[in-house]
Design a protein around this ligand. Structure first.
Ligand code: CU
Length: 470
């Protein structure tokens, strides 16, 4: 980089008009600058200073890739490379991504833009980039072996097409996919409509993030790439709660949230306190007649969902995946259910052999929120996140949708915890407790059994270990 800049400087100093012309030709042919970002913070929206105007998105714990205009073409430079991603304070993962981060930067263009993307491969193996959901000439589709040769390490390929349809899309490799996506290679792509669109509303806030998952052993920092089902870190943009930023909006804002799923399972994404409509998918805008109110939308593997709502309820509203094991951080899958099992005697015996041994889960797993047990370095407690009233007992795919009266337009900063007006919060009942009235004696059945000679069986509440398929 430095040497090239010095070359330009030397050329312009020595040569007058001829040298200047030669330099500009070299500059035109040169690669656009590969911007890089290593901070995991949510960056402010990138308001375009060149090209067509648009209302930019905010990438949760991410950023938008800057571009340059080159004779009417919007040019980007993606660099596929190993990155270190802080998944939450206290845990860093060694991933693969683009331009310093996993996921890569969001690419934002406007309908009708001619786009040229330079892709440089700094990975130890070949790669390619597929532009998921977009209409592109077949040779630009990025399926290595099928539509192009793979991009070898150290090489740069150029993709060029017109962003024909407005919508919410993503990009990811289509070469050694299982490895490269398990390592975090993906990014969001937004094509904004040019001017007014009958099915794409103007919104006050527009968020985007990708659902991804990793299998990183407690104490390790590189994902297990051979994992097919047993992922243990369920993340949004390679961040896990409490490392995921809150989505901060102003009361009565019209809000759009775009979510793509590049994990190996579906995620029912649930928002508290509001209802929303799915207004678009990676197939395009949803017709008005096909929209209905929801509070949860299931996002299948390889799908994107774009939801819209009016943020008309003040408060701190939970926003999370409804699969409860996806709102937890790294855990083993072979822990049996111990609720109701008294194992004080056995722990005493094991403690004589292993002093640090802890039995868990006799009263449920809430004790794990405190996690007084020592953890290996670079590991997050299984359930974590401290709210104003104690542990939220959530990790993984969880965040908070914060609606405030005084959140200024364009301000995405965390306003802190919501202060509940007096008389609007659940409280402890301390009055007299009446005996519940039952229709018949406890345990007695409504009708007598036909055959009373049944053996007495006590059901053991214990899940089989080694469950899979989620
Ligand atoms: Cu989930």
């Amino acid at each position: 980089m430095n040497s090239r800049r010095n070359f330009f400087k030397a050329a312009s100093l020595t040569g007058g008009a001829i040298a200047a012309a030669a330099v500009s030709k070299v500059a035109l042919a040169a690669l656009p600058e590969a911007a890089s970002q290593t901070s995991p913070e949510t960056m402010p929206p990138l308001v375009p200073s060149t090209g067509r105007p648009c209302n930019p998105v905010v990438t949760l714990n991410g950023w938008t890739l800057p571009w340059r205009m080159n004779q009417g073409v919007k040019e980007f430079h993606l660099v596929a490379e190993p990155v270190v991603r802080e998944m939450a304070p206290g845990m860093k993962a060694h991933l693969w991504g683009y331009n310093g981060q996993s996921p890569g930067p969001t690419i934002e263009v406007v309908e009708g833009d001619r786009v040229r993307i330079f892709v440089t491969n700094r990975l130890p193996e070949h790669t390619s980039v597929h532009w998921h959901g977009q209409r592109v000439p077949n040779g630009m589709d990025g399926v290595s072996g099928l539509t192009q040769p793979a991009i070898q390490s150290g090489k740069t390929f150029v993709y060029e097409f017109v962003a024909r349809r407005p919508g919410t899309y993503m990009y990811h490799p289509h070469a050694d996919e299982m490895t490269q996506m398990a390592m975090g290679m993906m990014g969001s792509w937004i094509t904004h409509p040019k001017g007014k669109h009958p099915l794409i509303a103007d919104v006050d806030r527009d968020f985007v993030f990708l659902l991804n998952a990793y299998d990183i052993e407690p104490g390790a920092s590189t994902p297990n790439i051979m994992t097919m089902t047993e992922f243990n870190l369920w993340s949004w943009n390679s961040r896990v709660f409490p490392g995921i930023d809150s989505l901060n909006v102003r009361l009565n804002d019209k809000v759009r949230i775009r979510i793509g799923n590049l994990t190996m399972t579906n995620h029912p994404i649930h928002l508290h306190g509001h209802d929303f409509a799915v207004t678009g998918t990676d197939g395009g805008a949803v017709p008005l007649s096909a929209r209905w109110p929801e509070v949860t939308t299931d996002i299948a593997v390889g799908q994107m969902r774009q939801i819209e709502l009016i943020a008309n309820e003040l408060g701190d509203w939970a926003f999370h995946c409804h699969k409860s094991h996806h709102t937890m951080n790294a855990m083993g899958h072979t822990v049996p259910t111990m609720i109701g099992v008294d194992h004080s005697e056995i722990s005493e015996k094991i403690n004589k052999l292993i002093p640090d041994y802890m039995t868990m889960g006799e009263r449920g797993m809430a004790d794990m929120g405190m996690m007084s047990m020592p953890l290996p370095d670079n590991t997050l407690p299984m359930m974590t996140g401290e709210g104003p009233f104690g542990s939220v007992e959530m990790g993984g795919m969880f965040s908070v949708f914060k609606v405030r009266k005084d959140q200024k337009p364009g301000d995405y900063k965390d306003p802190g915890w919501y202060k509940h007006p007096p008389g609007t919060q659940a409280y402890e009942y301390t009055g007299p407790m009446a005996e519940p009235v039952r229709s018949h004696e406890a345990g007695e059945m409504l009708m007598p059994m036909h055959d009373k000679k049944m053996p007495e069986v006590e059901v053991q509440v214990r899940k089989p270990t080694g469950h899979s398929g989620h």
